[in-house]
Each structure stands twice: as structure tokens, then as C-alpha cells.
Design a protein. Structure first.
Length: 190
């Protein structure tokens, strides 16, 4: 009985320490040091949250840059991949449908090479980034849909260039651009 009581006390102590004190301490430090990141990197316009720079969103109108496809329809709660293997007939069908949609939506010649992230969903289904190449392919469609003149189209190209991020520490990952931030900058072009 004595051992049971000691075990329960230790269990209670570590439950309070690791389940309450430690999370509150780390949350407090994060709120002090990185408040934006600690709160989800939310983007607000006119005091209204429009999204997070960390979670992809669906943009399916011709006046915005398209996001990477999502196997979970951009739902953050059950984030995940389709888990289709390379030999899966469903993956091949999805690939062909996405490829045809991208060609049609962007009015591209079928010989144009499409960056792979526009054809395959990410592992989380929530990736907010696309490659600068994928963004540049979409510039003509957006400029046409917004009736941009040559100067405005050049501003759009410059937005892609200016918002492009290099690989982390110059070696981790690939060059990328955040689609939500890019679309917000696109709205600012007059």
C-alpha cells in the first residue's frame, strides 16, 4: 500500500509538472518572444482574420494564384495526405485530372512543363507555398483576368520575385512563395 501511495504521488507530481506547468511556461515564453507565431501566424485585414501564413487555402478563381492541391480540401483538423502509392491507379487519375485542369485554367499549351507541386498534394494537405516557377506560370492568366496593362503585369511579376523565399539556411528545402501573401499583394496592384 505504501508503494502505491508513493507511486500515485509521483504520478500526480509529474502530471502537474509536465501537463500544466511546463506547457504554461513554454506558452508564456512563446507569447513574449514570438507572439505572432505563438498565435498561429494569423493574417488580419480590417480586424478580420483572413487566414494564416502557415496553412494553405483554396483559391479557385482566375484572379488569384492557385494553391497546391490538397487531399483534405484545406481542412486543418484532419490534415494529411491521400497515401496513394506510385503504382496507384487513383493517383494516376488524380494526376491526369489536375494536369488537364491546370492546362485549361491557365490556358497553357499541353507541352508546357508544370511544376510537380501543382499536380501533387503535400503530405499535410495544407502547404501554403508553391514554387516561384509555379507562380510565374500563372501570371498571364491573372493579368488577363484582372485586365492588367503591361506595367501592372510587371508589378505582378515583381511581387512573385519579392515574396520568394530562399531555402532555409540556403540548403534546406526549395525556393518558395506563400500563396496567401502573394494574393494579398496582387490585390494591392492598381
Amino acid at each position: 500500500m505504501k508503494t502505491l501511495i508513493i507511486s500515485l504521488k509521483i504520478f500526480l507530481f509529474f502530471t502537474i509538472l509536465t501537463g500544466i506547468i511546463y506547457p504554461l511556461l513554454i506558452t508564456g515564453i512563446a507569447q513574449l518572444v514570438f507572439p505572432s507565431k505563438a498565435n498561429g501566424s494569423l493574417i488580419t485585414i480590417n480586424q478580420k482574420v483572413i487566414g494564416s501564413s502557415l496553412i494553405g487555402q483554396q483559391f479557385d478563381t482566375s484572379v488569384y494564384f492557385s494553391s497546391r492541391p490538397s487531399a483534405v480540401f484545406y481542412n486543418a483538423l484532419p490534415s494529411g495526405a491521400s497515401n496513394y502509392g506510385l503504382t496507384s491507379a487513383k493517383l494516376k487519375k488524380l494526376f491526369e485530372e489536375r494536369q488537364q485542369h491546370f492546362f485549361d485554367f491557365n490556358q497553357l499549351d499541353s507541352t508546357k512543363e508544370i511544376p510537380s507541386e501543382m499536380l501533387f498534394a503535400s503530405a499535410s494537405g495544407l502547404d501554403p507555398h508553391i514554387s516561384p516557377e509555379a507562380a510565374k506560370i500563372q501570371v498571364s492568366r491573372i493579368a488577363k483576368a484582372r485586365n492588367f496593362n503591361t506595367e501592372q503585369k510587371q508589378k505582378l511579376i515583381n511581387c512573385v520575385k519579392n515574396l520568394s523565399e530562399t531555402p532555409q539556411f540556403l540548403l534546406l528545402g526549395e525556393a518558395r512563395v506563400n500563396v496567401l501573401l502573394l494574393n494579398l499583394e496582387t490585390d494591392k496592384i492598381k
